[in-house]
Design a protein around this ligand. Structure first.
Ligand SMILES: [Zn+2]
Ligand SMILES: [Zn+2]
Length: 100
């Protein structure tokens, strides 16, 4: 079994704002507040044991797409994640404007 490409479809409750998030197998952050959780070593594998909350610290614009820069508040690792169509655009703008 190839552990690089595990796709987990799971719903979760956001550990930051408490929103219920319906998973689609790719969702890795809350569409309401954009916080994520440090669960992956490789994308989607859920192999990370840290499980810390990841704060959206910056938004980068790349060819018209918005890329979220998340930092784990527990271990400090930074990761980049594409925003998705269901993300709250006001929340994205708040990160652009200097964080939450
Ligand atoms: Zn949230
Ligand atoms: Zn972490």
């Amino acid at each position: 079994m190839n552990k690089q490409f595990q796709r987990h479809i799971e719903n979760f409750t956001c550990g930051n704002c408490g929103a219920f998030v319906e998973g689609n197998g790719y969702t890795n952050h809350c569409p309401e507040c954009l916080w994520s959780r440090h669960v992956d070593v490789n994308p989607g594998d859920r192999g990370e044991t840290c499980r810390g909350m990841m704060e959206p610290i910056a938004v980068l614009q790349k060819q018209g797409a918005y890329i979220l820069n998340h930092r784990c508040i527990k271990c400090g690792v930074e990761k980049r994640n594409k925003t998705s169509a269901v993300d709250d655009f006001d929340a994205i703008l708040r990160v652009v404007a200097g964080g939450i």
